[in-house]
Design a protein around this ligand. Structure first.
Ligand code: GLN
Length: 249
């Protein structure tokens, strides 16, 4: 083969490779998100489908960024780790942004204000947070609710999901559940009057989107998109759809 022919062939191959690379480059347009679809109304399963306020928000965000959202449903602690290692671009799971977590991951601006709430049986003698003294409390593993209970030295039983934490209450294995307020309300409503949520907030926390430490470019893009979604009323609309109280700050 003549040198010129070889060169033409090499060039043709290189062009084909570049074309394929161009296609593969399309992968950059995918925003991978980890969540734990056990946290109604922020993320939960409706049949096979992952739905909820966080999911709607993430879809709106991805659309603003011109990316396709790809959601993976895993345990809450795995979602956090997955975001911090960069296995997923983001974790969106009603995640409280706090200093402890900021050591291992970066967060977007806050998008929702929440608190830890107490669920008890409707006929419980526990009426206020002070009545929790000496009681056994269930919670969700790896969450800020669990951390609050540990910090305050309560006897706890931790479960992978809020649903399991509330079953421990309804089967009299624990005296109360501590979990994020909106989720407490959603889980308690499913018990059809057997349980109630006390009107007392144990903490004040802010939800934000988690990503790998140092991922400043993505965080900035997300913050810009979040601000737009807040300004044009999309966020308020999403939270209203799930009956979540929301005050845009
Ligand atoms: N907001 C709580 C936390 O970040 C709980 C989140 C969750 O269970 N999905 O720990």
């Amino acid at each position: 083969m003549k040198l010129s022919k070889i060169l033409t062939l090499v060039l043709a191959l290189a062009m084909t490779a570049a074309m394929f690379a161009g296609c593969a480059g399309g992968d950059d347009k995918v925003l991978t998100m980890a969540t734990n679809a056990e946290f109604p109304p922020f993320e939960f399963l409706e049949g096979e489908e992952i739905v909820g306020a966080d999911v709607d928000m993430a879809k709106a965000l991805a659309e603003k960024l011109g990316m396709t959202l790809e959601i993976t449903n895993i345990d809450f602690d795995a979602a956090l780790t997955g975001a911090s290692t960069g296995k997923y671009d983001v974790a969106v799971a009603g995640i409280t942004a706090n200093d402890d977590r900021r050591k291992n991951m970066d967060f977007s601006n806050d998008y929702y204000t929440a608190s830890q709430a107490i669920i008890v049986m409707a006929d419980s003698e526990i009426k206020t947070a002070a009545d929790l003294e000496g009681k056994t409390i269930s919670c969700q593993e790896g969450t800020t609710g669990e951390q609050y209970l540990l910090d305050n030295e309560y006897a706890i039983q931790s479960f992978k999901t809020g649903a399991e934490a509330i079953s421990a209450l309804t089967t009299a294995k624990v005296d109360a559940v501590v979990i994020d307020n909106a989720v407490a309300k959603a889980l308690s409503e499913k018990q059809e009057g057997k349980t109630i949520v006390l009107d007392e907030a144990l903490t004040k926390e802010n939800y934000a989107i988690a990503t790998k430490k140092g991922n400043t470019e993505l965080v900035e893009k997300i913050n810009t998109a979040l601000a737009e979604l807040e300004a044009d009323g999309t966020l308020a609309e999403i939270f209203a759809k799930y009956e979540l109280p929301y005050d845009a700050e």
